[in-house]
Design a protein around this ligand. Sequence first.
Ligand code: KIV
Ligand code: ZN
Length: 515
Amino acid sequence: MRKIDIFDTTLRDGEQAAGINLNTAEKLEIARQLERFGATIIEAGFPASSPGDFDAVQKIAKTVKNSIVTGLARTVQKDIDAAWEALKVGQQPHVHVFLATSPIHMEYKLKKSPEEVVELAVESVKYASKKFPLVQWSAEDASRSDKEFLVHIINKVIAAGANVINIPDTVGYATPAEYGALFKYLKENVTGIDKVKLSAHCHNDLGMATANTIAAIENGADQIEGTINGIGERAGNVALEEIAVALHTRQDFYGFGTDVHLKEIKRTSQLVSQLTGVVIQPNKAVVGKNAFAHESGIHQDGMLKHPETYEIITPELIGETAVPLALGKHSGRHAFKDRAVSMGFDLSEEKINEAFIAFKELADRKKEITEDDLFVLFTDKQIDSGDTPVYELKNVQVQYGTANVPTATVTAITPDGEEVSKAATGSGSVEAIFNTLEELVPGKVHILDYRVTSVGKGRDALGEALVNLSYDGNSTTGRDVAQDVLEASAKAYLNAVNRQLIKEDLQGKQQAAIL
Ligand code: KIV
Ligand code: ZN
């Protein structure tokens, strides 16, 4: 059986999606889970793009042992140098250099002739190969490039030392037949193609990313790139869980395998959704909440008679286990800790104690603490918030009546440790809270997006709020959960501001280290 390598770019291409901004601790948590998921390669970020990205890539390269860690670089020495500084601590340093090869990108974006592009690609791969044992080169917008030019540039790049050649369908334009044929053509025409890995990278603009990726595999791709839940720029990247499950379920037809631990899919998907704030559509293949729900009478009847009448994959396959008993306010610390372990969390005694206090506070207000609640609670404790002083919500109070102007009063602890209270009005309760918080923080704030969802089911489900705002012109996203959506909203707002403060603090520290 031919093994297909899985290149996960949730933390790079996925994180490029509008409204997502993960901090280092969250990226590290996702990387650890991707390692458990069985990603062959984890693209941890774009080290030259910002001090935050550099820091995250370096920490992930230091931590992850069972997956190769890579970082993105343009064909410029400073990007490759930054990638090397971040990745040299890894087990097998790998760099991903990219340059566009389509006529439209070369002419309008790069403003370079095809031969200048070849020269740049070759020089950068030569330079990267002196540092890195593993060099991947991507022909950005390959699917809209001239095939003969692709063969020409790939020949040169392989001779310059690239070990992996990636053929992205950058704008999701290719059809499965076309994309498959491109792989076949490259296999037949590139000199030494069998000595390198050939990789597919599909975007989902026309909803064909999964079909295109499978077509590439059928035509010789050794590696496929994608993200968890299919997050990414515009309509996203191919969803890795779909490819892994499709190859597993239809092994009789395809005969290809991956090293993905299918039982880690559910958890990986849940974690990425929680930390990015990107809600999974209910009917999403494999991981949507309705993926295994059978509503119609005929289907339910068939399922009872023989599950395989309507079920081609089981929830157990992707690690969705029968829901264990909910914990409640009488549950002891021992049962609580056992549950953390059985859910796969590795928390220190101190973190367990903190989580247990939060659990008891929640249990006082909510009868049953479900698996979903615990997942949020444990994940938040597992993620270390670092040592930058930040805002902390102490109290929020809203006066609302259909005939009154809503008024909010908020008390918070500032990063200097001062307790400050403010009050303001708004046309609704949430706006009143946001207006009050805007008076409390010094920066200029614009709300870009705001969403509230429930964690799990039931009328007493926790509320999760997501606030995407611009703080002094910088876009940042915060999220938080609370029993009450207004409290969750206030906390998510401050979380967004705090993330920006942490980012600035990190940039300041790195600047000081350079000087
Ligand atoms: O879609 C794309 O072309 C990319 C490259 C950077 C590989 O993400
Ligand atoms: Zn991409």
